[in-house]
Design a protein around this ligand. Sequence first.
Ligand code: GLC
Ligand code: CA
Length: 535
Amino acid sequence: MTQHLADALTSDSGLPTTTGTRPGWWREAVIYQVYPRSFADSNGDGMGDLEGIRSRLPYLKELGVDAVWLSPFYASPQADAGYDVADYRAIDPMFGTLHDADAVIREAHELGLRIIVDLVPNHCSDQHEWFKQALREGPGTPLRERFHFRPGQGDDGELPPNDWESIFGGPAWTRVADGEWYLHLFAPEQPDFNWEHPAVQDEFRSILRFWLDLGADGFRIDVAHGLVKAPGLPDLGRDEQLKLLGNQVLPFFDQDGVHEIYRSWRLVLDEYAGDRIGVAEAWTPSADRTALYLRPDELHQAFNFHYLSTGWDAEALRATIDESLDSMRPVGAPTTWVLSNHDVVRHRTRFGSLERARAAALLMLALPGSAYVYQGEELGLPEVVDLPDEVRQDPSFFKANGQDGLRDGCRVPIPWSGDQAPYGFGEGGSWLPQPAEWAGLSVEVQTGDPASTLELYRAALRIRRERGDLGAGDAVEWLEAPEGVLAFRRGDFVCTVNTTREPVRMPAPGTVLLASGEVTDPGVLGADTAVWWQG
Ligand code: GLC
Ligand code: CA
């Protein structure tokens, strides 16, 4: 074991555990999502890696975020870009070594950045030792009980055990050579664990400790709503099940039993110094049901997918913001805000313009709670919509809940510098081709240009940090505003957002702190523009 690894095991990271006087750094943190394969490539193989991430940590520090969430870098056959984990304690050689992971965590801490790692507990890879052994040992053997193996229906067991559909399309069951079927809510290469089994529960508490010992500040919990299945795995009784995801409690999603698991994880997190957190990726039918994951003895945050799914519409945004804040208040958890991630069409493209994307960023960063920034959104990157079929790698596409379309278009490696692809991403190529226009969107081009989206994010995060109060609290005070305009006050700070395509005349509530578009007359709010005011 290296010395710093040993240090990490014995000492706290030394980071402050509170922001200002309010307990919990995570309550108002801005958390930057790194998608490792597409962030920075250190060895020229066209694939981003941990050493690439480490070398770019100063960029993230300068951007002004508080923490970095790393999508999976574990040993994996990459059937679902690493969300199919073969070994939860090993790094995929494509991303580097455990030593590299340790270096990322250590150097991030030295810079005052926290690191959140992705944990995938609903399923593993079909190349995970347990699953391979379960297949070898055959029906009725103990290893099979750690997954959901069942005989099929029909005369020869040729029909799946129930009618559940995979989120990636097709039946959620695959038949193996000996005739049994196993459950996979996602790809066939991602068998679901049986969370009733004590060995599964023990194993994940041990995995949590492994990463906490290494210094991880928390976990983003993949498919946090899926671990527990209804007893007896009952049929749903209808097709087009994807349409129901996130709209109602399903026998495989948002079962009440999941909360017991997070209570036991919370005990583990709390054994460690330094305010370690759990962030739920939980698709639930309502913000109120999401709040259940954030009761004081469970997790700390959950992604606000209701916000992500809200269109560029003042009334709808206001309703979602109110509902989000209202539903978190009873459990005392911070609300979170997110516009983009590795599963959805980038918000610049979703909302239809860079102007709107910039305005949306200022709105998000003015709201109380924690905000998630997906790599490249600070550059104003659009979705890459014209990837040739042969380069795509996404095993599937989501058809509901805003996740509509193949997911490779938001995963294209980001441009850092230069006028030739891969634009400083690495010295080789890039695993997905980057559009020629991205030369003009690189970090290098945007740095120092006050009109650039990168400098807008930097300025917003600087103001947020300096003021120290924008992320605080659990309420906004809405101000009267013309139709299509959002206006709210937070103490002596006001945010106005015009979601319409026309400039709107309204009295200036103060002096301009920052604006997503030009302000030529403070009495006129430009089309698709957000302004921060000191007032
Ligand atoms: C989550 C991830 C997604 C992955 C799926 C299965 O939704 O964000 O990328 O495909 O879980 O693990
Ligand atoms: Ca690489």
